[in-house]
Design a protein around this ligand. Structure first.
Ligand code: 5RP
Length: 235
């Protein structure tokens, strides 16, 4: 199975958890985009009735394009579930997210959801987090100083994310007007995700950290042998 096919299968399979009447958080990325498209199809063709809350402007546009009605947390109060992608998940279903720079909105939506379902291909499954550099959303004000402190806390180099096609001096700006720092250079450096998350969140200038701890309970995983539904062992 190629990666694109795996993403599509995982994204579509996750719609089995969506029932009429639900309020559903809609994640961001190339895997969950298939979930959004499938929800749109089920609304048009099968009479599914759901309201979505998007986690990025990109997902908002995709949902509108596919006829998924949208609202927000203020109006809905809370969500039945959120379906989202991940960059890594470990055996406890702790996640690294933010490869698509949407981690702040994704975490706000996830914390308002009764349940978090991750859609992923099997490259995302790891024993220890951190080979995928940890995304951290920071304020533009004095970002160099914040980046230096992040690197000290993490014990690994950290880099400002840039939009390569715009040149090396063009920082990526998030939907919230902030920047992204990626900590790490390919080694699984995160021994204690909760500790590193709390240390980073104590740093002024850090808006949010792309570690999602104790949030995900189910992973819809696609690989060579098809789609597997994994449940967190303490659930
Ligand atoms: C965006 C995210 C994505 O969900 C994550 O990067 C996975 O994306 P993809 O499904 O494209 O691999 O966290 O901020």
């Amino acid at each position: 199975m190629d990666i694109e096919q795996a993403k599509k299968e995982a994204g579509i399979a996750a719609v089995q958890f969506v029932e009429s009447g639900m309020h559903v958080g809609l994640g961001t990325g190339s895997t969950v985009k298939h979930t959004v498209i499938e929800i749109g199809r089920a609304i048009q063709e099968d009479g599914l009735e759901v309201i979505g809350v998007p986690t990025s402007i990109e997902t908002e546009n995709l949902a509108i394009e596919h006829g998924v009605p949208l609202s927000n947390l203020t109006e809905l109060g809370g969500l039945d579930l959120v379906i989202d992608g991940a960059d890594e998940f470990d055996p406890e279903f702790n996640l690294i997210k933010g490869g698509g720079a949407a981690l702040l909105r994704e975490k706000i939506v996830a914390q308002a959801s009764n349940r978090m379902i991750v859609v992923a291909d099997d490259r995302k499954r790891v024993e220890r987090l951190g080979a995928f550099p940890l995304p951290i959303e920071i304020t533009p004000f004095e970002w160099e100083d914040t980046l230096k402190r992040i690197s000290l806390i993490c014990g690994v180099p950290a880099n400002l994310r840039v939009i390569e096609s715009n040149g090396p001096e063009s920082p990526l700006i998030t939907d919230n007007g902030n920047m992204i720092v990626d900590a790490g250079v390919g080694d699984a450096f995160i021994d204690n995700p909760a500790l590193i998350e709390s240390q980073l969140l104590h740093l002024a200038g850090v808006v949010e950290v792309g570690l999602f701890i104790d949030m995900c309970d189910t992973v819809v995983l696609a690989g060579q042998t098809g789609v597997e539904i994994l449940h967190r062992s303490d659930e």
